[in-house]
Design a protein around this ligand. Structure first.
Ligand SMILES: [Fe+2]
Ligand SMILES: [Fe+2]
Length: 189
């Protein structure tokens, strides 16, 4: 599957988690916030590792003009990782803990938007369909190695099931997603 589609799918899955975290916060649902926060940090850890080890280096190697965007992306990851480490050291539910998580959601939303609007269109011009698919395969292999769900793990799901999961996970844009996008985006449970 196209590497930029897979990364966008990760972004949308995390956006769904952010929406659910905000709802839990509004409802003062501390248990919900704690569970969602753990999933958010895990997702961000895997996603940033895949970008840093596979996607960003491939992009930079293909076009050095994109080096600056990659360098800024890495710094944004660094800020998020620093906050994530601080969050993990705090007691879940504390005011400072929740504030740091809110800042993480805002930063990641901005970062993902930039990747999707600015970097990915350039990457799709730079690589042909086969190269994008090959990059996607490498990313999926790394996910499997890290124990994260891959598209293959969900291939047996009916489209109806995928839609139900997308609704439960509050995935943005789910109503206009095709089966391939749903497969890449939903968490298996
Ligand atoms: Fe990124
Ligand atoms: Fe990303």
């Amino acid at each position: 599957m196209d590497a930029t589609l897979l990364l966008t799918a990760d972004h949308n899955r995390v956006r769904g988690l952010f929406t659910r975290f905000r709802s839990a916060k509004e409802n003062d649902d501390k248990a919900g916030m704690t569970t969602l926060a753990a999933t958010i940090l895990e997702e961000l850890d895997i996603h940033t590792r895949i970008e840093e080890q596979i996607f960003y280096p491939a992009v930079k190697a293909a076009d050095s003009d994109l080096g600056e965007e990659v360098a800024e992306g890495l710094q944004e990851h660094h800020v998020v990782k620093t906050l994530a480490a601080e969050i993990e050291a705090l007691a879940p539910g504390e005011e400072e803990w929740a504030a740091k998580l809110t800042v993480v959601t805002e930063m990641v939303e901005h970062h993902a938007e930039e990747e999707e609007q600015e970097m990915f269109p350039k990457v799709r011009n730079l690589f042909d369909v086969d190269a994008l698919a090959q990059l996607g395969d490498q990313m999926e292999a790394m996910k499997a190695e890290l124990g994260a769900p891959t598209v293959q793990d969900k291939e047996a799901f009916t489209t109806e099931r995928l839609k139900q999961l997308a609704t439960a996970q509050e995935i943005p844009g789910r109503s206009s997603m095709n089966r391939e996008e749903l497969l890449a985006t939903v968490a298996p449970s």
